[in-house]
Design a protein around this ligand. Sequence first.
Ligand code: GLC
Ligand code: CA
Length: 553
Amino acid sequence: MALNALKDSPKDPKPWWESAIVYQIYPRSFKDTNGDGVGDLRGILEGLDYLKSLHVGCLWLSPVFPSPMRDFGYDVKDYEGIDPLFGTLEDFDTLLTATHQLGMKLILDLVPNHTSDQHPWFIESRSDRDHDKRDWYVWRDPGMAGAPPNNWLSFFGGPAWTLDSASGQYYLHQFDSTQPELNYRHPAVLEAMLDNIRFWLERGVDGFRIDVIWLLIKDAWLRDEPLNPNWDGSNPHEQLLHIYTADQPEVHQIIRSFRALFDQYGERLIVGEIDLPPENLMAYYGLAGDECQLPFNFSLIHTPFEAQILRQTVRDYEARLPAGAWPNWVLGNHDRPRLATRIGAPKARLAQLLLLTLRGTPTCYYGDELGMLNGSIPKERIKDPQAINQPEVGEWIGRDPQRTPLPWTKGPNRGFAPPGADPWLPVGDETATPSIETQSRDLSSFLHFFRSLSALRQSEAALMKGDYREIAIDHDDIMAYERSFADQRFLIILHFGGTPVTVPLQDPEIPLKLRLSTHPRSIAASLDSPLTLAGYEGVILQYPISPMKGRRP
Ligand code: GLC
Ligand code: CA
């Protein structure tokens, strides 16, 4: 008997992440309970009922480990603790237990590619060229005339190398200079990271999102990267083609080692951060399904929000999925401009409808359930190192606008922090994004729409795990598809144009039931064909269940 069949209930042999909605919390901006202006674990605990009301099944916390916070937690100085800013290990255990009691899962954010320069490993490594941890990081002698060892660039501007004057060698960092990269060609590094992972799996966390997993290992010869002939002159990091710093063949063995450990603990999830096109992404499921269960699929983030392009994007991705692999979709995160800002507020509901009805695990970014917009950050309040290090492009490349505090109420500090506190980023006002309090009372609000959508998704097997089939509707602004499971069938029609459009339904004889619309509509018993959709309207329609279907004659 297969191992899966032994450990799962006969009712649902699929692992939990195939039906859950994942929700990303940026802890600094979720809820501040002690008035220091930064969100904390108790804030998340206080917000659990709200999260439950969104019908999300898995919370992903951006890093909460001890950190100098140069990159706001993506610079870890101790993988086995909680930064005092966020609380204590005890607060974490309380949060984990409470999350589980509400039937939700909790995953953390592992940052194995680099540590903080304050991590004891790096302090030791830097202390002496002969130290036995010297090779835990990537050190090299200077190149010609004292220049960096090669031409690699940092995502945060400038070369990917910083000279340590005491030892006369450079160390590698593809992010901030305070984020030195670990050397996974040294076996002890992998062992040490596995120990850190084990610490949290033992505590009961349900998995990890793994930061920049596709960058974990670099070319053994540190060869120069070729120039990118298609560079558009904007993001300096894109001047080079990253053929030696990313997606190296050896990375898969490391991921398999991570996964083997996760599997010792039952159903524990690896969401890999892999910013690659689908043709390169699929390898991260593993040849034997033994790497990431969900290699993050960023294609919706990179795709213009137009019907035919999106249809093609979904088709390509589905076609490339390896046998047995489960898809996933994401529309926003802490590194990208907010969805509603990126594609325009009028299309934001449509985008959520797409995300929550495609086949695959959706990941929602905190605040997107409110239709939240990018915050505006005055220059003097910019915090993001990616912006600070590159003043010439920082304004558009900066990530603070998508990390602003969640607005809970209309009151002082919008309920994010106690009155009198000074939130780390501006909270924005009610006219940009109405608060949770305001939206909860308004049946026409974005939040109300999101809750209806997530409730419907989680109550219908066809939407949660059914098959996906494209439906041809001959109109440039329309994307349509069917989701089906056993005898249930749903038709989703998304209209990406701004003016009303009338579409024929496939078979006018079959009365379709409207289950949900992005727009105000009475949920009538059945709909007429042709159907008129408002600008940017999306609908979920349900086919009647045929009484004969599935029965033997
Ligand atoms: C990932 C994170 C980003 C961080 C970087 C370095 O891309 O999502 O926020 O700055 O890795 O850890
Ligand atoms: Ca706090």
